[in-house]
Design a protein around this ligand. Sequence first.
Ligand code: DO4
Ligand code: MG
Length: 279
Amino acid sequence: MTMLYRSRDGAAVAVEDGRAVRLEDDWDALFNRPDLAAYLRRRLRGADGRASRWDPDRVPPAAPIAGQEVWAAGVTYYRSRDARIEESRDAGGGDFYARVYEAARPELFFKATPHRVVGHRDRVRIRRDSRWNVPEPELALAVNSAGRIIGFTICNDMSSRDIEGENPLYLPQAKVYDRCCALGPGILVAARPLPRSTAVRMEIRRAGRRVFSGATTLARLKRSPESLVAWLFRENRFPAGCFLSTGTGIVPPDRFSLRPGDRIRISIPPIGTLENEVE
Ligand code: DO4
Ligand code: MG
């Protein structure tokens, strides 16, 4: 299992079994190498005697992104469909969510440019003009410019539920703002899909106390990663590749809203844990 991290000075770091090799390659060029997995394995083998240890919790990496756009899929789990119907009931938007859950064409939306993205242990933000905010713990696909899934990471798709619930046309404002997205801690480089039994877990702590925890599995994801990528790449080129977050299956109860100081931990076992504090 090879992980690809981005250090705070911008260098790529390949890690296998805790052994790390620092690469001088340009991040975007590396991301788009057709032979990425084999290349990283070769570099790790070649560095055998000189490889150092690497622990993303001791020296938190930067978000694993340089020139990539971040896109997201929505209403891909029944739980998200239900929550959205409820939050938009007064706006009459509920029917749209039920229909998109069943439709052939998925909901895909633009989430973030690289400067809006933070990494593991950085701070995410909630909008000052919103009173109801949640994190959305999601599996994100790393996709190269040829449309091939090269690996997997964790995305926190921060969302302002009161803004999107007031009117579905406000979705870009509910989703896209400074530090609205966390990605990391690194990319699990793997061409094969993750098992459907893969767990996604989220815990939120406030002043040291757990105020929310939830879990789901990829078996509940209604659409396949490959079909989401195929829809995204219709009529769109991504010269540096992109990330596509696959939607949330965990939504805290309606009475819950994030507060400054809350710590959000999202775990997807083969990838690791993404932890962020709310500013
Ligand atoms: O339709 C609104 C956003 C949906 C979303 O972000 C999700 O289901 O994860
Ligand atoms: Mg989402």
